[in-house]
Design a protein around this ligand. Structure first.
Ligand code: RTP
Ligand code: MG
Length: 154
């Protein structure tokens, strides 16, 4: 249907290990709810190196990859499915630029300005496209469409 801006959309948000250990979850959730998102699903997850590498596979050739995997496995993360119209780009705008140091000067009201440290330890993640959102939501919460029921369970 062509309901445009009113159509609800889902994105995958994550509070990274530094955000959780720094006790920013409540503050970040307040921003989420005040911004009109519903938190559809949430889970605290501990990623191992293999899972973190799969999540960030698009960066596997980058010089920062090893350090990124170490960071993402340094403690548990909080994964959330957020829903509202235009959820993907709205959440990306709220979190601010990748480099939290830049965020503090150019986007002082952003979430990364509030709880991030530098270009790696930036406390939150957001899907960057509908394709990424679909992949990342199934990464954490499973793909409902692909669930199969064994015949003898029926
Ligand atoms: P994210 O995927 O986590 O939401 O972040 P993003 O789109 O803003 O940035 P991206 O380019 O996808 O990078 C993924 C994560 O890798 C770490 N990073 N470190 N040391 C560095 O130069 C560097 N660059 C990126 C950050 O944790 C970034 O969020
Ligand atoms: Mg990214």
């Amino acid at each position: 249907p062509s309901c445009g801006a009113l159509e609800r959309e889902r994105t995958l948000a994550m509070i990274k290990p530094d955000g959780l250990s720094g006790n920013y979850s409540q503050k970040i959730k307040e921003v989420i709810l005040q911004s009109g998102f519903d938190i559809v699903q949430e889970a605290v997850v501990r990623l191992d190196a293999e899972r973190a590498s799969v999540f960030y596979a698009e960066h596997s050739e980058r010089s920062f990859f090893e350090s990124l995997v170490k960071y993402m496995t340094s403690g548990p993360v909080l994964a959330m499915v957020l829903e509202r119209p235009d959820a993907i780009s709205h959440w990306r705008t709220l979190i601010g630029p990748t480099d939290a140091r830049k965020a503090k000067t150019s986007h002082p009201n952003s979430i990364r300005a509030m709880c991030g440290l530098d270009s790696e330890k930036n406390c939150v993640h957001g899907s960057d496209s509908p394709q990424s959102a679909a992949r990342e939501i199934s990464f954490f919460f499973g793909d409902v469409k692909s669930v199969t029921v064994e015949h003898d369970e029926l």
